[in-house]
Design a protein around this ligand. Sequence first.
Ligand code: ZN
Length: 79
Amino acid sequence: MERKQFELGDIVQMKKQHPCGTNEMEIIRMGMDIRIKCVGCKHSVLIPRAKFEKNMKKVLRSAAERQQKEGEEGPSAAE
Ligand SMILES: [Zn+2]
């Protein structure tokens, strides 16, 4: 079985969508349980890691990727 890779700050896509209509979640806490925040309505839920791994489809945007992008779009680029 393939082990899913994810880290704090990642935006992930879930298999089941949230009642608000979005299925994108941000990982805001990692531990025995994972706390994720809905990108659409900002509602956060704490779920066991095993359940999270089962319900997660894929990482849409990794935290490292987003930081890199923010660096490129620094003050020097905005003229
Ligand atoms: Zn939501």
